[in-house]
Design a protein around this ligand. Sequence first.
Ligand code: UT7
Length: 337
Amino acid sequence: MKNPRAKHNFQGRTCSITGVGSYVPEKILTNAELEKMVETTDEWIISRTGIKERRIAAANEFTSDLASKAAARAMKMAGITAGQIDLIIVATLTPDMPFPSTACFVQRKIGAARAAAFDIEAACSGFIYALEIGQQFIMSRTYETVLVVGAEKLSSIVNWKDRNTCVLFGDGAGAAILQHRENSHGLLTAVMGADGNKADLLSMPGGGSACPATLTSVADGLHFLRMDGKETFKNAVQAMVSAAHEAMRRCEIDITKIKCVIPHQANQRIIDAVSDRLKTTPEQLFINLHKYGNTSAASVAIALDEAVASGKILRGDLILLVVFGAGLTWGAAVIEW
Ligand code: UT7
């Protein structure tokens, strides 16, 4: 195995994930309950997506609340206090509000008084983008401790009358603490990609400078998420496979060296198609899609925490994260745990 970062001459400075944590809201929305809301069936949802239920945040529970709870668990595992955090990066497409950033609300809620804070938006690819950004600050010795969170309250932008999308998404958050650790390679590489030509495949057109909120924009449903499912599906498989290959090529490893593959939890059929092409074994794959649906930026972050908690990943194991989302964006990361 090669450490692709070595060539950047960071004098042995590596970036490890020293703690992970996740949080999902208590309320469970089952497929049976969705059958009463839109014209759908449990059978259709499971056979087309693999999703059985998803979590829905309470009305007074915002993205920053989910993020703060996940962050507290990651801090506990890393054995740090909020006062030690130098930087908070929140990846989300459902911020508490357009500004200030959700990261600033998290900073206040967890009491990380010293920390700088900002959000990044790369849709479902956000957690890998945020890990890569956070890692740069650790490796350059700018900061010692970075909190990275992927958090979403997608239930706030889902059109609950649109069966094409409302059955797919859920709320939740996952967090990681990044620090340098002696004798650990940590985050070996992160591939990030984007194709803005396909931005229309998955978007929420209303609420930004292109289409500020008006009575008409609300009436036209422009503040809801919309998606061309079929085209998104095709692009997802292609982009995830090539990102995963590129990440492994950089580390000079093949799929057999990976202990655990954690794909973006969007659709079981996408995961199957990707793992088919990557030639992963069922034992390598970690899947929690059936419990949470697609939680966008939180998806692989929650799955990473659950994979670690389940004992599937042990220190020294190689993990492959691979993601895809609106933008279009994609990414893959190889981590030595
Ligand atoms: O996070 C990253 C971004 N998102 C994704 O990765 C999602 C990617 N896309 C997908 O996962 C799939 O395309 C979907 C699950 C969204 C849809 O599956 P599909 O096999 O592509 O179905 P479809 O869109 O071709 O729809 C097939 C039929 C349609 O009916 P007609 O036109 O054939 O009569 C839909 O109206 O299924 C209908 N349909 C539903 N039926 C029952 C769509 N949604 C539902 C539903 N229940 N919830």
